[in-house]
Design a protein around this ligand. Structure first.
Ligand code: ASP
Length: 371
């Protein structure tokens, strides 16, 4: 009786609250790879309802819209979020959910494709890049600017190529890409280097301060020298906690003392991404430098990230950034704002020691900054 109860309990604990939907691809005897698509929502999977508004469509109809998926010699399964979301509603809970799904199915699949809205995709891909430890398989985010049901949609191209990249192996049978990336509009970009730069055209993402990892034309040209593997020997780990007590402070000429001070004295705040001018410069006003230096002395981490799309922060190049360095502000070098804020959320969630957090902010963890 006791044994039966124990086995029932074990079964219950192993249950997963998602149904895997198998796409009706040709089920080959020896597939080239097994791919899991995780559908989180976004424009990609929306269709126009009778009232003319965009809303999520049943994912089983997707294959219908992209018949070329059938020509792959792959096993493709889909797991849809129970409630697909517009990516403006994505939060750290969803990132943990994505990480846990990948962990749960890690041994059953060779690659993962995450369908996600474009608006916050660069935040999610940055977050996942930090959260997944010992990753040795591809995790490729993609989405679309037009729903899959629209005649001129980019959805099919993006998904088909993302799947092709996620299933690509080298001669030794190892994945060519084993990083968290975004594939969009013919470019494969490291996830924590991506930024959404365009809301109306198909070229929605750019790779900041790092070359794209691949370009898709007639063939997919991989930029092998820039593709890295951050995986170690151990099993896949997923961070289970992120800390949202962080914020951005974007500087502008004339920023007011009260606004800056009221932000920096918030005792719940653990980290600020300070968006500075040019190569990391800030005003020399006494009140500003004093507020920054007091905040740092009180244990606040301030991470200097440039407002420029290219180049990097060099604290000390100008007098106007030397003062930040002296105040204990940490240089983010050429990191994006998206990667900086999610890196802080990850570190504050997972690390306890202040010196270790400081060191990790200075260094590249997953290729997010050039050292
Ligand atoms: N608002 C949508 C989203 O991010 C836009 C898109 O998917 O392109 O979910």
């Amino acid at each position: 009786m006791r044994r039966k109860l124990l086995s029932l309990l074990k079964k219950f604990l192993n249950m997963y609250p998602y149904n895997l939907l198998e796409l009706d691809t040709t089920t080959p005897n020896e597939p080239d790879a097994r791919i899991l698509i995780i559908y989180t929502g976004g424009t990609f999977g929306m269709g126009v309802d009778k009232q003319g508004s965009l809303k999520p469509i049943d994912f089983s109809k997707i294959l219908h819209e992209i018949p070329s998926l059938k020509s792959f010699n792959l096993i493709i399964k889909v797991l849809a979020f129970i409630k697909p979301v517009d990516s403006s509603d994505i939060n750290p809970g969803h990132w943990i959910e994505m990480g846990q799904i990948i962990k749960h199915y890690y041994n059953n699949f060779d690659g993962f494709v995450i369908l996600h809205g474009t608006d916050t995709m660069a935040y999610s891909s940055s977050a996942l890049s930090f959260m997944l430890e010992n990753l040795t398989k591809p995790v490729i985010f993609t989405g679309a600017q037009l729903p899959v049901t629209e005649p001129r949609t980019d959805a099919g191209d993006n998904l088909v190529t993302a799947i092709e990249i996620a299933s690509k192996r080298n001669k030794n049978g190892k994945p060519v890409v084993s990083e968290v990336c975004i594939y969009f509009n013919h470019h494969l970009i490291r996830g924590n280097r991506a930024q959404k730069v365009e809301s109306m055209h198909f070229d929605a993402f750019e790779s900041a301060n790092y070359p794209p990892l691949a370009k898709a034309g007639v063939e997919i040209d991989y930029n092998y020298q820039y593709i890295k593997s951050f995986g170690g020997e151990g099993t896949l780990g997923v961070a289970g906690k992120l800390d949202g007590n962080v914020t951005f402070l974007k500087l502008f000429p004339g920023i007011s003392e009260n606004v800056v001070k009221s932000m920096l004295i918030n005792t719940d705040l653990k980290g600020v991404v300070l968006e500075t001018f040019g190569s990391g410069n800030a005003p020399m006003d006494r009140w500003f430098l004093r507020a920054v230096s007091e905040a740092v002395s009180n244990g606040l981490f301030i991470y200097n990230v440039s407002q420029c799309l290219g180049g990097k922060v060099i604290q000390g190049q100008y007098e106007t950034s030397m003062a930040l360095k002296d105040a204990g502000v940490i240089s983010g070098k050429d990191i994006t704002s998206e990667a900086a804020i999610t890196k802080m959320m990850y570190l504050f969630g997972m690390e306890k020691r202040m010196d270790s957090i400081r060191k990790k902010l200075e260094l590249s963890l997953k290729g997010e900054l050039s050292e």
